[in-house]
Design a protein around this ligand. Structure first.
Ligand code: DX5
Ligand code: ZN
Length: 254
């Protein structure tokens, strides 16, 4: 099945480099809303329908109130899609424990939450050192991302903007797909896009759909995560196209 003629194109496609300024906002379909019973089939389907990459939502039941998937799922997806960029979003208490596993499984990116770092006064010394973790991720050959929850200010990321490849702004509370987009986080995107280097992507995650994506693009987002809007539609190609079309409202093209 994996090596059949029908799927030959998945071996011919080129891996994207997210550090290159994209010509349109990248679409990162989140596999959290896929049918887990036919994961590879759903992943290939959305890539064929022009999702630029795949977003992998990892939750440990502690940082976020849900259990989702781990490195083994990613490894399975990687086997079927050798050249697709895999963007892992770790909503876990101790991301440092999973860097090696995710690198070995074939993840291209590893994003962790600022809230679990020692910079967060609520964690203090019990949190992980963000600079050390970024270095560890890079040493394992992956791009590094920092994520902020809806109530965390963008400025906490200021000292890392030159080191990270992704700044991810949560527009819902971590836990579940299908939640309502929180427009109040758009201001943070604007600040991150204005202050971050061109080689850094500003990613929006939560409630991104054809209805909300234009506002994200206008604020400066260049990577759009979407789960339920894509998988919940019977016109997945149309939804992905509408997400790309947000380029018309893009901050960068102005
Ligand atoms: C939420 C996850 C999101 C989620 C998005 O905790 O981080 O990536 O899958 O789902 P939608 O697009 O349905 O809001
Ligand atoms: Zn996510």
């Amino acid at each position: 099945m994996v090596f059949s003629e029908k799927w030959k194109w998945v071996y011919d496609m080129a891996m994207i480099d997210i550090k290159e300024k994209p010509s349109h906002p990248l679409v990162a379909v989140s596999i959290l809303s896929a049918d887990f019973g036919q994961m590879a089939v759903d992943c290939r389907d959305v890539i064929e329908k022009r999702s630029d990459l795949l977003h992998v939502d990892v939750m440990d039941g502690h940082f976020a109130p849900n259990l989702t998937m781990g490195a083994d799922m990613l490894k399975g997806v990687r086997k079927h899609l050798p050249n697709v960029y895999l963007d892992s979003h770790l909503m876990v208490e101790k991301p440092q424990d999973y860097v090696e596993q995710f690198a070995k499984a074939g993840s291209n990116n590893f994003s962790f939450h600022w809230e679990v770092t020692s910079d967060n006064p609520e964690r203090g010394a019990s949190g992980v050192d963000a600079a050390d973790l970024i270095k560890m991720i890079h040493d394992h050959g992956m791009d590094a991302g920092l994520v902020i929850n809806p109530d965390t200010q963008a400025q906490v990321l200021e000292k890392y903007l030159g080191d990270i490849q992704v700044a991810l702004v949560m527009s819902v509370w971590p836990g579940f797909s299908g939640q309502k987009f929180m427009p109040e986080v758009l201001e943070k995107v604007k600040w991150l896009r204005e202050n971050g280097p061109d080689a850094m992507r500003v990613e929006m995650d939560g409630g991104v759909s054809p209805e909300t994506v234009n506002d994200c693009a206008e604020a400066g987002c260049d990577m759009m995560v979407s789960a339920s809007a894509v998988f919940g539609s019977n016109d997945r190609a149309g939804v992905i196209e509408a997400l790309h079309e947000s380029a018309k409202h893009w901050w960068w093209t102005k």
